[in-house]
Design a protein around this ligand. Structure first.
Ligand code: PEP
Ligand code: MG
Length: 589
């Protein structure tokens, strides 16, 4: 491999793994910077021309974004392109436009200055809102505003769309349109100083299958265009100026990982049965009807979590009972005879819904606020629309109905009473439903976990939402990268709590599954199986690696491992134990 002769010390930086894969190549440093806007006065006689210039820039920006949107839609699919609809909406924002013109008419300063001032005040207002979703909207406005300013100043677009050679893009930050404009044929990988696993740039990288690592803080100040770099998207590691030895190691790792992935995909056709003959059902988490395709592709045994709120979030109005019924029916029919666990609305909190004013999300603690079942029980008509739609879909296959964010048994009782009202209404209209439909609770709030014995008596099944359970147990915001290190699924408190929940479920002979992200992480599979979890539900693409591990272990070993883990005092010790068990059973060689 060509390397330059300068003696450069190898530098290893740990970031957040954002998109799997390993890339090696030369760096292209990309510094996203704000456009510098000159400030000057416009004489009164040029006012009309200045406003016309603004109009032209808006039109040009719209054309550019529409072009990117079409490209993304073609290459990555309609869902990934949705973000650009949000960008187009910013351009149509009449308040933003009229305020800019008003600012111009008052100050007589050039239109760039006025537009920058107005858009900055918008960005500031959005970025101060204590909600991740709305803060991201600030990013959208900034992205669009920068484009408008570039067009007003006659500057060209960024150069990520034409990478001269195969390069690893190392950026300080990346806007959604910046990431979407990356030249797929030229980019080998992506590394960003900022960002989280859920940032749009990363979502696009993942769908492009570009290995990516984010959150490397200041790598752009250390790396230069042309430097050699390894991106390990599996482990979140970036190595600048890798030595020959490291290269050799990573060359082997990359080859091994690829052939291992191929091997796992091939093995995924086999059933998920342990070496001592215990069959585990591996189900899929979905958000959209179209994802049933992946359910089949990865041989999932049905859907263990259908996050129905996305039907609401993806439409500007609350979907009708009939619209919901058709969506649920499509999924249920596609998965039959396997079960589909339909979770009722988990809106609010981090998922505000503009068309439902009660969920305006202006709360100080939205994660602990008016959301999910709390909101549903207080808006029974809206809730019953969904319940009837689910009940009606239940005759087309096997449906299980589940409530999110249950904090106590009264909520189950109230929800069951509403289901009873719905079944009576359906009967009176001559509409059929499964009278034996199973009704379960997500266990994701510590109060539900500690009262799992009470809940188990009134539920047909449990599904443990570890994403939320861990955040509430350890009091660590699941989306905040500053406290990400404290988000420890192997914390002894998590292990003990899971054990308690499973024991309560077993005592009442109800099934228990895990549908949080750890269900799809093979390191934790042994822990969950050793605890006695019956089903695991995960992103479909995670099934092969989890199944591979299941086929390589005995349940008796998993139980012994959990016993040992329960004696450990720290998350670190438990993680080390689980990790070494995993590597002893699964060899990537
Ligand atoms: C969870 O909390 O673990 C879960 C599966 O639900 P969500 O990620 O939708 O909150
Ligand atoms: Mg949850």
């Amino acid at each position: 491999m060509p390397k330059d002769n300068r003696v450069q010390t190898e530098l290893t930086v740990q970031g957040i793994p954002a998109s799997p894969g390993i890339a090696f190549g030369q760096v292209f440093v990309y510094l996203q910077s704000d456009v510098q806007v000159p400030r000057y006065e416009i004489p009164a006689e040029k006012s009309i021309d200045e406003i016309a210039r603004f109009d032209q820039a808006l039109v040009k920006t719209r054309q550019q974004i529409t072009k990117i949107k079409n490209e993304v839609e073609k290459n990555l699919g309609a869902d990934e392109a949705l973000i650009f609809d949000a960008h187009l909406l910013v351009l149509e924002d009449q308040v933003l436009i009229s305020q800019t013109i008003k600012e111009f008419e008052t100050t007589h300063e050039n239109i760039e200055t006025c537009f920058e001032r107005v858009s900055e005040s918008y960005i500031k207002a959005f970025s101060e809102i204590d909600d991740e979703y709305l803060r991201e909207r600030a990013g959208d406005i900034r992205d669009v505003a920068q484009r408008v300013l570039q067009n007003l100043l006659g500057q060209s677009e960024n150069n990520l769309s034409q990478l001269a050679d195969k390069r690893v893009v190392v950026a300080n930050d990346l806007s959604p349109s910046g990431s979407a404009s990356i030249d797929r044929s030229g980019a080998l990988g992506l590394v960003t100083d900022k960002g989280s696993k859920t940032s749009h740039a990363v979502i696009v990288a993942r769908s492009m299958k570009l290995p990516a690592v984010v959150g490397v803080h200041d790598l752009t100040t250390k790396a230069q265009t042309g430097d050699w770099l390894i991106v390990d998207g599996y482990e979140g590691v970036v190595i600048l100026h890798p030595s020959e030895e490291t290269l050799l190691k990573y060359g082997k790792v990359q080859k091994a990982k690829q052939s291992f992935e191929d091997h796992m995909l091939e093995a995924n056709r086999q059933p998920a049965v342990t070496l001592d003959g215990v069959s585990i059902s591996l189900m899929a988490n979905i958000e959209k009807v179209s994802e049933t395709e992946h359910v089949k592709e990865y041989f999932a045994k049905g859907v263990g979590l259908f996050r129905t709120e996305y039907l609401y979030l993806n439409s500007s109005q609350v979907p009708t009972e009939q619209e919901q019924f058709l969506a649920y029916k499509a999924v249920v029919e596609a998965c039959a005879p396997n079960a589909v666990v339909i979770r009722t609305l988990d809106l609010g909190g981090d998922k505000p819904m503009p068309s439902i004013p009660e969920l305006d999300n202006k709360e100080a603690n939205p994660f602990m606020g008016y959301r999910a079942i709390r909101f549903c029980l207080e808006t029974p008509e809206l809730f019953k629309n969904q319940l009837r739609a689910i009940l009606r879909a239940s005759v087309y296959g096997k449906v299980q109905l589940m409530f999110p964010m249950i904090s106590g048994v009264e909520q189950i009782r109230k929800a069951r009473a509403l289901i009873k009202e719905c079944t009576a209404e359906l009967k009176s209209k001559g509409l059929s439903f499964d009278p034996k439909i199973q009704i379960g609770a997500m266990i994701e709030i510590p109060s539900a976990a500690t009262t799992a014995d009470i809940l188990a008596k009134e539920c047909d099944f449990f599904s443990i939402g570890t994403n939320d359970l861990i955040q509430y147990l350890i009091a660590v915001d699941r989306g905040n990268d500053r406290v990400a290190a404290l988000y420890e699924p192997s914390h002894p408190a998590v292990l003990r709590t899971l054990k308690h929940i499973v024991e309560c479920a077993k005592k009442e002979k109800i099934s228990v599954s895990v549908c949080g992200e750890i269900a799809g992480d093979p390191i934790y599979t042994v822990m969950l199986l050793g605890l006695g979890v019956d089903h695991l539900s995960m992103t479909s693409a995670s099934i092969p690696r989890v199944k591979y591990l299941i086929r390589a272990i005995k349940i008796s070993d998993a139980k012994a491992l959990v016993k040992e883990a329960l004696e450990k005092e720290t998350a670190h010790e438990i993680h080390a134990l689980l990790h070494s068990f995993y590597t002893s059973r699964v060899k990537v060689e």
